[in-house]
Design a protein around this ligand. Structure first.
Ligand code: ATP
Length: 463
C-alpha cells in the first residue's frame, strides 16, 4: 500500500486546477467531479496517447463515438437490466445505504468476499461484527441487489415521455454498430473497434476521490475474432496494455499487478477476466479490466433485435458470430493512477541554502499538462519583452505557460507542483547574450541555451 495521503492529493488537485468537486457553489453533487484547466490537459494527453497506440498506429482497429442516450433494449439484451447489480445493505440506525461487499473487503480482503451470495454476505457481516462506519451501530437490513444503470426520461409532453438508460459502459454502442463499422470500412476479421466516452453508474460506495464516481469516462476496445483465435488475442492485448502503462506512460511497474477474477466472480458475459490493479493508498485497486466476452453480446443483440449478427468469412466459406476480446480502461481512474504515481515529496535546499519540502509531480513528459513554463526573472519591461516573444513563439508548438509574478523560487516550485518538465528563465544576461536558462524538473539541473536553439532543444527532449 502506498503511503500517500489522499486528503493531500484531493487538496492539491483542487488548488492546482486538476479536479474540482462538481456543482460546488450549490454544495456539491455527490461523487461527481469536474476536471479543471490542468486536469483536462492531463486527461486529453492520456486519451490521445491511448488512441495513438490502439487506433492510429495500427491498421486493424477503427474508431467510434457512440451516443450516450441509448435504446432501452440495448441494456436488456446486454444483460445489464437483469444482472448489473451491487449487493447493498442499509444501516437501520442511521439509514445509510452501503455496499455489503466493500464493507467486508475493507476488513477481510477482496479474495474472501468475491463470488459470495447475498445471504452469505449478510452472514459474514454479522460474523465479522462489522459496525456501520457512519454511526458505529451493528444493526443491518438483509443484503439486497441494486441495479447500477442510471435511468432517465425523455420526451416533450408527459404522455410522450419514455424512460431510457444512460449507458453503463461504452462498449454496448460498439456492439450495436459492429455491422455498420464492418460494412463502411471493409475490415475483415480479426479487427477491433475503439471508443472513448462517458459512462454512468448509480454507484453507492463512492469513495477514494475520483476512483469510484457516478459519471466517468472509459477507453474501450472490442477486438472481434473467430472463437479459435480468442485466447491468443486475449494474451496479446493483455501484454499490449501492460507495455503501454509501463513504457508509454512510465508507471512504476512495482505499483502494478494483474489479478485474475475467480470463476464465481466473473461478469455474466465473461469466460475469463483479468484486471490491472494499482497499489493505491487504500490497497490494490482495479483500473483496467480485460475480458474475454465470447460471443455473448453479439448473440444477444441478434436475439433481441431479431436480426442475427453474423460474419461471413469468404476464405473459409464460414458464417459465425465473432468472439470479443475487450480491454476496458477508466480514464478517470487512470488519471488518478498517473497522479499518485507521479506525486513525490522531496527535501531540497532553497535559494538561501535552507532545507525545505518540494512537491513535484514526476509525470512522464508526454503526460504532463504543461510542457514548458517561460519565466522572466523579474517583472521588468525589458525582461517581459523577451519572455513574451519566446512565449508567443513556443505556445504555437507546445502547451506553455507565461508566469511572471512572485519570486523565481516560488514559480519553480509551482511548476514542479504541476509537473512541468521544463522552465525557461529570462534574466538580465539574456538581454546581452541572447541566451536563457533552461531548468529540468526532476534533477533541477540548469543550463544556458541560445534562444534560437530553444525550440529544437524542446522538440528533441519532449519527444
Ligand atoms: P469495480 O469492480 O471497481 O466496480 P468494474 O469491474 O465494475 O469495476 P468494469 O465494468 O470492468 O468495472 O469497467 C471497466 C473500467 O471502467 C474499470 O476498470 C474502471 O477503470 C472504470 N470504472 C468502472 N466503474 C467506475 C466508476 N464508478 N468510476 C470510475 N471508473 C469506473
Amino acid at each position: 500500500m502506498s503511503d500517500i495521503n489522499m486528503e493531500e492529493i484531493v487538496s492539491w488537485a483542487k488548488r492546482r486546477g486538476f479536479v474540482f468537486p462538481s456543482s460546488e457553489i450549490y454544495g456539491g453533487f455527490a461523487s461527481v467531479y469536474d476536471f479543471g484547466p490542468l486536469g483536462v490537459e492531463l486527461i486529453n494527453n492520456l486519451k490521445k496517447l491511448w488512441w495513438k497506440n490502439v487506433v492510429w498506429e495500427r491498421g486493424d482497429v477503427e474508431g467510434l463515438d457512440g451516443a450516450i442516450f441509448t435504446h432501452p433494449k440495448i441494456w436488456e439484451a446486454s444483460g445489464h437490466v437483469e444482472s448489473f447489480t451491487d449487493p447493498l445493505v442499509d444501516c437501520k440506525s442511521c439509514k445509510k445505504r452501503l455496499r455489503a461487499d466493500r464493507l467486508l473487503e475493507d476488513k477481510i480482503g477482496v479474495e474472501k468476499v468475491a463470488g459470495r451470495s447475498l445471504a452469505e454476505l449478510g452472514q459474514m457481516i454479522q460474523d465479522e461484527e462489522i459496525a456501520c462506519p457512519h454511526c458505529g451501530m451493528l444493526d443491518w437490513t438483509e443484503v439486497r441487489d441494486f441495479n447500477l444503470l442510471v435511468e432517465c426520461s425523455i420526451g416533450v409532453t408527459e404522455e410522450d415521455k419514455r424512460n431510457f438508460y444512460l449507458r453503463g459502459e461504452t462498449c454496448q454502442t460498439i456492439f450495436v454498430n459492429f455491422e455498420n463499422v464492418l460494412q463502411s470500412t471493409r475490415q475483415k476479421l480479426p479487427f477491433g473497434i475503439a471508443q472513448i466516452g462517458k459512462a454512468f453508474r448509480n454507484e453507492i460506495t463512492t469513495k477514494n476521490f475520483i476512483w469510484r464516481v457516478r459519471e466517468f469516462e472509459q477507453m474501450e476496445m472490442q477486438y472481434f475474432c473467430h472463437s479459435s483465435l480468442a485466447d491468443k488475442k486475449y494474451d496479446y492485448w493483455k501484454k499490449e496494455s501492460w507495455q503501454w502503462l509501463v513504457d508509454v506512460l512510465g508507471i512504476d511497474r512495482d505499483n502494478l499487478r494483474w489479478r485474475q477474477h475467480e470463476r464465481d466472480e466473473l461478469a455474466h458475459y465473461a469466460r475469463d477476466a483479468w484486471d490491472v490493479e494499482y497499489n493505491a493508498p487504500w490497497g490494490w485497486a482495479e483500473f483496467w479490466g480485460q475480458h474475454n466476452r465470447q460471443d455473448w453480446d453479439l448473440k444477444r443483440h441478434g436475439m433481441y433485435s431479431g436480426k442475427e449478427i453474423l460474419y461471413y468469412d469468404q476464405k473459409t466459406d464460414e458464417k459465425y458470430i465473432p468472439f470479443v476480446v475487450e480491454t476496458s480502461l477508466g480514464v478517470t481512474r487512470l488519471a488518478l493512477v498517473v497522479i499518485l504515481d507521479a506525486y513525490t515529496i522531496e527535501e531540497v535546499e532553497n535559494e538561501k541554502g535552507k532545507k525545505e519540502e518540494r512537491v513535484v509531480l514526476k509525470f512522464d513528459k508526454k503526460v504532463a499538462p504543461i510542457k514548458v513554463a517561460i519565466l522572466p526573472l523579474m517583472k521588468k519591461d525589458n525582461l517581459l519583452d523577451v519572455s513574451s516573444e519566446i512565449y508567443d513563439n513556443l505556445k504555437k508548438k507546445f502547451v506553455c505557460q507565461h508566469d511572471v509574478t512572485q519570486s523565481i523560487g516560488k514559480r519553480y516550485r509551482r511548476q514542479d507542483e504541476i509537473g512541468t518538465p521544463y522552465c525557461v528563465t529570462v534574466d538580465f544576461d539574456s538581454l546581452e547574450d541572447g541566451q536563457v536558462t533552461i531548468r529540468e524538473r526532476d534533477g533541477m539541473e540548469q543550463k544556458r541555451i541560445k534562444i534560437d536553439d530553444l525550440e529544437g532543444y524542446l522538440r528533441d527532449n519532449l519527444g
